[in-house]
Design a protein around this ligand. Sequence first.
Ligand SMILES: [Zn+2]
Length: 72
Amino acid sequence: MLHSASPTSYVPPERLTEPAICPACDAKLTLSHGVIHLGHYDYDGKVRAGLIWTCSDKCFLSWEHSSFMGKC
Ligand SMILES: [Zn+2]
């Protein structure tokens, strides 16, 4: 199941204008223009779940695929 949410649900208003770099495509944009998903990542060799910011839903899927799904 794919969960996505607007950063405004999680990021304090004063931080929404901060620049961020998409981990999937390296695009630079502000936090308010991206999306937040519940994703998975590798932490000391263990899979953890957490909130992941990317510039778009498409980037989230490619990021999750390359760094998590490929290891299963
Ligand atoms: Zn991106």
